[in-house]
Design a protein. Sequence first.
Length: 245
Amino acid sequence: MALSLQDDAIVSTVSLPAAQPGRLDGARGIIPDSGNVSGLEVRLSRLLVKDNHTPRIPPFPGYANLYLLVVVIDDQMQEPRTLTLNSFARVDDNEDLPVDRTVYYWKQEQPDQKPPCQVHVLVSVLKSKKDLRDTGQVLAAAQSNDTYKSLLQQVTAAIVKAPTQTVGLILQLGNVIGSALTDVEDKTLFTQVVSFTDINGDFDTLGKTPHEQENRYVASTLSIIVRDAEREQALATLAPTGQPS
């Protein structure tokens, strides 16, 4: 059976906690909105393999060989900001993969530089019953595929003109990469696509906000970090009121 990331995929436009207070008093003016974001980071903070879908049948210990596919695309580039495929050998149940790392980073370099409006993150954990392959060769094969090139053009066009189609196209893009794992009996244990957008208010909350999702096999934590020097300075000048407004 061909690999399909769409099967049981978890898809969401996140709903983060309410933003920091949005008003100063009349004498001080208004705190700038998320259009003034000066830095964005998305971290894959945790991937817990709850069930590796491999039974323990003595003398076999029930370990699994896994791949982790990460694709991150925003509305400012024609190529993925992140495209990685990592392998992990002999993973047990209830084992954390060593993945705490930045998967997306944007920093304002010029005062008039506009921040991204959309950041789409695909994370997929794939199980293989065969020996692990050379992930660099797999990615190279996928990127040279005409279907991959066509889908990438469709994704970047959809982000601008038809954002509601973006997630489905990114999942198809992931399928092309997965299909490059030729001669491997593989299965998707977990797939999520998270869309962070300014319209949804995901860039309004300053600091670090975790976003957790899970299914039967894997639990993930994606954390988004938002920096805004103007809002941070404005909030720092707020005098304590002593009473909630």
